[in-house]
Design a protein around this ligand. Structure first.
Ligand SMILES: [Mg+2]
Length: 362
């Protein structure tokens, strides 16, 4: 299709939502009880719409993020539906302010919606647009900061659904308590279950190295974010002192954070968040860098679009499954025996349950 024959961007539709969680999500660094979400529809002049959703972590950032995304509309109306070209245009435009934080969230919302629209224009899934083949994607289930009995109970629930991996929040007062949680989950699920744990940045590097000496005996698949996400040197110290792989990435903003972390040896595996890493465009660069460095890639949240992107990732590892946003999706990703099934999705697989969107709109 010649560039000037592409549909043109006509309008943005931006909605701010507060979606309550069915169960509070507890971590060593705080509790999440609701999801503040901004939904973006980018409408084109041939009737195709692209959809995306971004998560602002706190409701305090919800309206500012929605307004910021609305402000981008005037920059893009009339532009052809060419996501990579628009990404370059916006990167240049925001070079002085910088691409992190709310700007990064807004840029990712736009990028994901544009790629979704382009796939819908060609009547294919996102992964087909990117040249990949569809396949079931191995997923793990989440266990909160729920203590010994609570963690074991939730872990067993995932095992009964056929999941082959679980990830629990830890970071209790002592490493012995962390170990008690891990062993209770192991007892509930059996030796074949892959068990990952997440400190949510709660330790100093020195404390983390001490805990890792104990955790190294537990057969864990990975230990996630033991210290501050952007302390690449600290993470590298922990990784080199540990047998267990260290996992990081959900808090890295864009390709340069990723590159700096890889260069520092901060993480044995990579776990980008499709929003913070820069949408579909940022993910593609991540997949390429990970392949070059031989690093396995797992996803963070957004199971619908992430499952498709993992199909496009040569070193794909695990999909993080989360059902937090299922209420607002017309067709949440289907899980069959612990595998995420893409099932011939159109675009990135994201369409709205309009009744729920209306109900949770603010
Ligand atoms: Mg995490």
């Amino acid at each position: 299709m010649p560039h000037d024959a592409l549909p043109k961007i006509k309008a943005f539709k931006v909605r701010a939502l507060r979606v309550p969680m069915t169960e509070a999500h507890k971590t060593a660094s705080g509790e999440i009880t609701e999801s503040p979400l901004v939904l973006l529809d980018i409408l084109t002049d041939n009737g195709i719409s692209g959809h995306s959703m971004v998560f602002t972590y706190t409701p305090l950032a919800l309206e500012p993020t929605a307004q910021l995304i609305r402000n981008f509309e005037e920059l893009l109306v009339g532009d052809p539906l060419a996501p990579a070209a628009i990404e370059q245009k916006l990167a240049q435009r925001f070079r002085l302010l910088g691409p992190q934080g709310l700007v990064g969230i807004a840029l990712a919302a736009i990028d994901m919606a544009l790629w979704d629209a382009l796939a819908r224009l060609h009547e294919v899934s996102l992964l087909q647009l990117l040249g990949a083949g569809e396949r079931p994607v191995r997923a793990y289930g989440a266990v909160g900061y729920d203590g010994v009995d609570g963690s074991a109970r939730v872990a067993e629930r995932w095992a009964k659904r056929g999941f082959q991996g679980i990830k629990a929040k830890i970071g209790y007062a002592t490493v012995q308590q962390d170990v008690a949680v891990i062993r209770a989950m192991r007892a509930a699920c059996g030796d074949d279950m892959a068990i990952m744990v997440d400190y949510n940045q709660s330790l100093t590097p020195t404390d983390a190295i001490e805990r890792m000496r104990v955790l190294d005996e537990e057969g864990l698949t990975w230990v996630e974010e033991p210290t501050l996400a952007h302390d690449y040197v600290g993470h590298a110290r922990i990784a080199s002192a540990s047998k267990t792989p260290i996992q990081c990435g959900e808090n890295w903003w864009g390709t340069l954070d990723l590159q700096h972390a890889i260069a520092a040896g901060a993480s044995d595996f990579l776990m980008p968040d499709v929003m913070k890493i820069g949408g579909v465009s940022g993910w593609q660069r991540t997949a390429a860098l990970a392949q070059v460095h031989g690093l396995r890639v797992s996803s963070h949240l957004w199971p619908e679009i992430s499952a498709q992107l993992l199909c496009c990732t040569p070193t794909a590892h695990w999909l993080e499954y989360a059902d937090w946003w299922n209420p607002v999706l017309a067709e949440p990703i289907r899980i069959d025996n612990g595998m995420a099934m893409i099932d011939g999705a159109l675009g990135s697989g994201v369409t709205w349950n309009e009744d729920a969107v209306h109900k949770y709109s603010v």
